[in-house]
Design a protein around this ligand. Structure first.
Ligand code: 2RA
Length: 337
């Protein structure tokens, strides 16, 4: 099994290396691709040094079985044919193909069998906020169909990349020293602040990030669920948090909801308010699961349920989900080992 990572120098690209090694992914050879700037960089994988190759339109992907790509939508669109034309399966973390009708958008805990319908040999990895939410709400959907969701996200700096994480750290240092704060990756200073904008605004007043949660959730869940999101950037490094309110067709008891969360694949229930036990990003960065807490019935709607989730944006929100798609496809015989 020959695997390629495209965009290896980015935060998600580096997380691919960590996840592939940690999960002892069944690969015989790993090939790393990057921009002209990162070509020549050496990364170590399973004790072996691998030199980054410049991504080019050539036959470098001839013997590749799986390509994990996270280099931005433009690169994914430009290189999709070059990557897949010899038969490689491209699992793409960018937003390039997520809403294409003939490209499955997959969260393995929710809709793994969609991988079987990939005529272009491309599988799209959903947006981090969508992955986190659908892993959690899938537990409730199994109890009663979810008709409506309101979600507020509290998104870490990592979503804007490694340089954004470094900038937030620098901003905190500058604030402490009383220096002028550097602002470049975000619209405003993020340290000691929150910014109610992630990505650009669309005509309806929602941002592209918020509309991703609407469209992607409906595609993954094969559902007519109505989703209204407010996506907010907060001064946290790596893990996203989400406050989710949902309305189901039939009432769901708090006991049944908790039981469903506790049994749900990819979910850890962390819900003991009396002991101040609930998910917090500071302590859950780097972990695999989606953590769920603050589960309660909506006091204003007998079919309403509300809860809180935390999950690592770079791990389950990107690299881990993509690798789990590859693992599923191997297990299901959709990719030959
Ligand atoms: C963000 N979800 O958090 C977006 C892109 N990763 O910025």
């Amino acid at each position: 099994m020959k695997v390629a990572v495209v965009g290896v120098s980015g935060a998600v690209g580096q997380e691919f290396l960590r996840v592939l090694a940690e999960r002892q992914f069944p690969l015989d050879e790993l090939v790393l691709f990057g921009s002209a700037r990162s070509a020549g960089t050496v990364y170590s994988f399973r004790g072996k040094d691998i030199v980054v190759k410049e991504l080019q339109h050539n036959d470098d992907f001839k013997d590749i079985d799986i390509a994990l790509t996270s280099a931005g939508a433009g690169i994914s669109k430009e290189y999709a044919d070059t990557i897949t034309k010899y038969g490689a399966i491209m699992i793409d973390n960018s937003s390039a193909f997520r809403m294409e009708k003939d490209i499955p958008l997959v969260v393995p805990e929710v809709n793994p069998t969609d991988c079987a319908n990939a005529p272009r040999r491309i599988i799209a990895n959903p947006n981090c906020t969508t992955i986190q939410m659908v892993v959690a709400i899938n537990a409730i959907e199994k109890l009663s169909h979810i008709k409506r969701i309101h979600v507020s996200t509290y998104q870490a700096a990592s979503g804007a990349g490694a340089t954004a994480m470094a900038e937030l750290e620098e901003q905190f240092r500058q604030v402490v020293k009383g220096e002028e704060v550097t602002v470049s990756k975000f619209p405003y200073q993020l340290a000691m602040n929150i910014i109610p904008q992630v990505d650009v605004f669309t005509d309806n007043g929602y941002t592209k990030e918020e509309m991703k949660m609407y469209h992607e959730t409906r595609k993954i869940m094969h559902s007519d669920v109505e989703v209204s999101a407010t996506c907010v950037r907060i001064p946290v490094m790596r893990a996203h948090s989400e406050s989710i309110w949902l309305e189901t067709e039939q009432p769901v008891s708090i006991e049944d909801a908790r039981k469903a969360f506790a049994a749900a694949p990819g979910v850890v229930l962390m819900d003991n308010p009396a002991e101040k036990q609930y998910p917090m990003p500071l302590f859950l960065s780097g972990k695999d699961p989606v953590y769920v807490g603050r589960v309660r019935k909506d006091i204003s709607n007998s079919n309403g349920l509300t809860f809180w989730t935390v999950s690592d944006q770079i791990n389950k929100g990107a690299a881990l989900n993509a690798v789990q798609i590859a693992e599923y496809m191997i297990e299901a015989g959709l990719i030959k080992k």
